[in-house]
Write a protein that binds this ligand. Structure first.
Ligand code: PMP
Length: 281
């Protein structure tokens, strides 16, 4: 069952008008929220980031937090599987095609659920490959905008060569992945690029930095150069659906000793432990 504009319905019955500005202009924002044991993970942070994205496109939040909580609970209950991920999507609504904002239009609100499967065992044990590319997106990457064409093209570059992610560099510095945040390890210190308008402030990124702090993992948030990325001892990516994953090949060269490294293993275990604790309530 999905939620669309006030109603729960089977996805086959859901219809969006052709003039919806999401369809015509990509004029909307979204969130992806993991659900473990039927409980949304870090919901408060996801709703805060949604508000930031809505503010960024000057769209009034169609629901208060309590309403979002209720709608999300209904969608979780309407779908099978204890572990799911929710896709929330809000567009400026349907109006005659004109770039300028329309007046008196009701936003389109969609929430759908997909089963959340853990990453393939082999990727966890052996790590994944990534490639690099120049970050050619706009400079409001902090807004989780539905207009994802640059990200789609960048991710496809990785898929075309059998890699899992494309790691982006702007002006010689690491920004993030096409659909993930990137960490690396240098001199046994975990490094993460600082949040800015050039990257999405990942919810998993925050969790990993909190776990590093709570578990005495040396870490630093600072600009990371291309050279540091290429000579890193470890590289890892984070996202709500992939959690933490080691990158063991970059542009066809081995990272570190070619296996998921000790900091990855430690943070992965901390993450699983944290998830289990939060889900027990
Ligand atoms: N950066 C980009 C561009 C993303 O699309 C995502 C989410 N897929 C992330 C980072 C990771 O964010 P989160 O941890 O909140 O899923």
């Amino acid at each position: 069952m999905i939620y669309l504009n006030g109603k729960l319905m089977p996805i086959e019955e859901a219809c969006i008008p052709v003039l919806d500005r999401g369809f015509i202009f990509g004029d909307g924002v979204y969130e992806v929220i993991p659900v473990y044991s039927r409980r949304p993970f870090r919901l408060t942070s996801h709703l805060l980031r949604l508000q930031h994205s809505l503010d960024g496109i000057h769209l009034k939040n169609p629901h208060c937090d309590k309403e979002w909580h209720d709608l999300i609970a209904q969608v979780i209950a309407g779908n099978d599987g204890d572990d799911q991920y929710l896709y929330l999507h809000i567009t400026r609504g349907a109006a005659k095609r004109d770039h300028a904002f329309p007046h008196n239009v009701t936003p389109t609100v969609l929430i759908m659920s997909t089963p959340l499967l853990p990453p393939a065992r082999e990727l966890l044990v052996k790590g994944a490959s990534a490639i690099t590319a120049s970050d050619n997106r706009w400079i409001r990457c902090d807004i989780k905008a539905i207009s994802l064409l640059p990200n789609v093209l960048l991710r496809q570059m990785a898929v075309d060569v059998g890699a899992v992610e494309t790691i982006l560099l702007r002006d010689g510095f690491l920004t993030e992945g096409a659909a993930s945040n990137i960490f690396l390890v240098k001199d046994s210190v975990l490094l993460a690029p600082p949040k800015s308008h050039l990257m999405l402030p990942g919810i998993t990124y925050d969790v990993v930095l909190e776990l590093a702090a709570a578990n005495n993992v040396l870490h630093e948030v600072r600009e990371i150069s291309e050279d540091e990325l290429r000579t890193a001892e470890e590289i890892m990516l984070t996202s709500s659906t992939k959690e933490i994953m080691a990158i063991t090949r970059l542009d066809n060269k081995i990272v570190g000793d070619g296996e998921p490294g000790p900091l990855f293993t430690r943070l992965y275990q901390c993450y699983q432990h944290y998830k289990a604790t939060v889900m027990r309530g």
